[in-house]
Design a protein around this ligand. Sequence first.
Ligand SMILES: [Zn+2]
Length: 156
Amino acid sequence: MRVPNCELCESEGGEILFRHPNYRIVRVMGIEGESYRGFCRVIWERHVKEMSDLTSDERGLFMDAVFRLEAMLRQTLHPDKINLASLGNLTPHLHWHVIPRFHDDATFPKPIWATVDTLKAPPAASSSSSSLSAPADSRAGFNVDWAETVRRAFQQ
Ligand SMILES: [Zn+2]
């Protein structure tokens, strides 16, 4: 059921990677998605305030999706760490942030919500390697189409 004036009812909240009747998995877009490669959210469709408002089966379904997504992101992007977070103080949709973290990302090792004044500059393209024309994020694992891998895995 769509509720008027709810941000996550009126928009998907990102690029859809998988849609289940009870939840959706989206790729976070915009500056957050650009700053944190592989950043996804698993969003519960119904308005529910807390995890303890779900039935045991619903919690199992929800967390299974979160952990499958985590596993996919680990396999495709080889992050240094995965951050899982459920905050949602402003939206009535329970959602889990699944955030691959890399030692050289914008705020590592702080939470990604560290304030802007602590943001580091993105790593500069290396001029000493032979890959002069490659983009700055072309290190191992960064050219993998992780979003397509997630889509395919969840459709099986
Ligand atoms: Zn809503």
